[in-house]
Design a protein around this ligand. Structure first.
Ligand code: ATP
Length: 233
């Protein structure tokens, strides 16, 4: 479904990706792991067209994404849950969910507000609360719900559990497992390795702008050297 080949990305004269490679199949969950500043967010931004790679290829279901504006990439069915949530503060929770909802691809059985509430029952009682009055956990659930309401085929989450209490994190991971069951492909960047590895089919460890290691969660757990060297675990 998603294939990155030899992707090189710069910010001005500073190079952030040095030949990034990644393959994600339909219905799979993959992680991008690695220490701070290694290029995980840049990889996501390159996929979405938020930054334009200098060279290389990013194919999504056979369409080349490099050089396309980000709205076109989103319309192909790529949904982003951005770092920092970016909830609209002056819209209600319900308005946040419907403001950008769409079904461009005519997906059967599309996401609705009620389906989002089934995944995140906590949100159902807060539908008229303004975005800026929601707790961090509620905002994160809303950010995921808002992305689902665009009916993506691929959901990308950047640091979705950052700064959240352990109990809330558990709820987010449980929801992602539920979302995975619906057949969506998921690419996730997060630091909570233990929870992530449980739901991931494959993992890509990013080191200085390229993949230093990839494999299944079992393979990663069984490789303490990789865990220690690249992840500091
Ligand atoms: P983190 O978890 O800290 O966000 P990351 O693995 O996502 O780390 P990136 O944010 O992709 O890493 O950063 C990769 C490199 O690109 C780093 O050296 C960073 O300083 C640099 N970089 C990131 N964003 C910019 C930017 N807007 N302008 C210039 N350099 C940037």
């Amino acid at each position: 479904m998603l294939s990155l080949k030899d992707v090189v990305t710069h910010y001005g004269s500073s190079q952030a990706l040095f030949g990034m490679e990644l393959e994600l199949g339909a219905g799979e969950v993959a992680t991008l792991l690695g220490r701070n500043g290694m290029g995980k967010t840049t990889t996501i931004n390159s996929i979405l067209g938020i930054v334009t790679p200098t060279s290389g290829s990013i194919q999504f279901e056979g369409t080349e994404l490099v050089g396309q504006p980000s709205f076109k990439n989103a319309n192909l069915g790529i949904g982003l849950v951005p770092e920092g949530r970016q909830i609209f503060p002056n819209l209600s929770m319900w308005e946040n969910l419907v403001a950008t909802s769409s079904n461009h691809l005519g997906m059967a059985d599309p996401w609705t507000v009620d389906k989002v509430f089934e995944v995140f029952p906590e949100l159902a009682t807060r539908r008229s609360s303004m975005g800026n009055l929601l707790s961090g956990g509620e905002q994160q659930m809303l950010a995921i719900g808002r992305a689902l309401m665009t009916n993506p085929k691929l959901l990308i989450l950047d640091e979705a559990t950052e700064g959240l209490a352990p109990l809330i994190r558990q709820k987010i991971w449980a929801a992602l497992e539920q979302i995975k069951q619906s057949g969506l492909s998921i690419l996730v960047v997060d630091k909570n390795l233990k929870d992530l590895l449980r739901i991931a089919d494959k993992n890509f460890v990013v080191e200085r702008g390229r993949v230093a290691w990839s494999g299944t969660s079992d393979q990663l757990r069984a490789d303490p050297e990789v865990m220690e060297r690249y992840l500091g675990v």
